[in-house]
Design a protein around this ligand. Structure first.
Ligand SMILES: [Zn+2]
Length: 225
């Protein structure tokens, strides 16, 4: 396996000509990839519920440790992983700032913000959110994860390849913006619409191990050639 590490190149005022930042092979540097998994929402405001009545916060409290375990099982010694929990005791913007600071101090190469979607009975599909398209790694992970869900679980890809590119400084995406300010590539995952039981939501929520394995493999593949 050949892993690549993103060079932390901060754009100073002008846009980079090539949107793909420089990367160097981890196999040559001996460096590991540092993946932080952000648990969506807080104990106080737990986000949407799935059809089983389980909140985003509850669900990912159980899933993230499985994803971490699976990454280390499939690619031993290649990754370091961290779960980032948001503090319920402070306001949303402070939560975002604190999480981004934590990811920065920890030297995260990528942050995966873990959520699921909620809407009307007929809504279907995966949609992974990234800011702009300037970070090679976040775009790549968003696409790979969406493809895996489509190919392996039959989940429809919304929009273009199941990836939604949002404009930076959009108010609704504080965590993505906070990571962007620190130049940390980040993806906010929305693997399915969870409120109603259907073929897609069942594929996710009836098999924790399978979902954790798919996310782990997407993360590994996104930094592997
Ligand atoms: Zn959410």
């Amino acid at each position: 396996m050949k892993c690549f590490r993103l060079a932390k190149v901060k754009a100073k005022g002008k846009k980079p000509v090539n949107q793909t930042p420089a990367i160097e092979p981890i196999s040559e540097t001996g460096q590991t990839v540092r993946v932080a998994l952000g648990r969506g929402h807080t104990q106080k405001k737990q986000g949407a519920d799935n059809y089983k009545g389980e909140s985003e916060w509850e669900y990912y409290g159980r899933i993230i440790p499985k994803v971490k375990r699976q990454i280390h099982t499939l690619a031993p010694g290649k990754f370091v992983t961290l779960q980032i929990d948001r503090a319920a005791t402070v306001g949303y913007s402070t939560q975002c700032r604190d999480s981004a600071r934590k990811a920065e101090l920890w030297n995260a190469d990528i942050v995966v913000l873990c959520h699921f979607n909620s809407a009307g009975r007929n809504a279907r599909g995966v949609e992974n959110l990234i800011i702009d398209t300037s970070d090679h790694l976040d775009n790549k992970l968003a696409k790979i994860f969406s493809d895996f869900l489509n190919e392996e679980l039959g989940i429809k890809e919304r929009g273009k390849d199941g990836v939604k590119v949002i404009k930076s400084r959009h108010n609704g995406y504080g965590m993505l913006n906070a990571m962007r300010k620190k130049s940390i590539p980040s993806v906010l995952i929305e693997p399915c619409f969870a409120k109603y039981e259907n073929e897609e939501s069942r594929a996710i929520f009836e098999d924790d191990e399978r979902f954790a394995d798919i996310l782990a493999r997407a993360i590994i593949k996104s930094v592997t050639i």
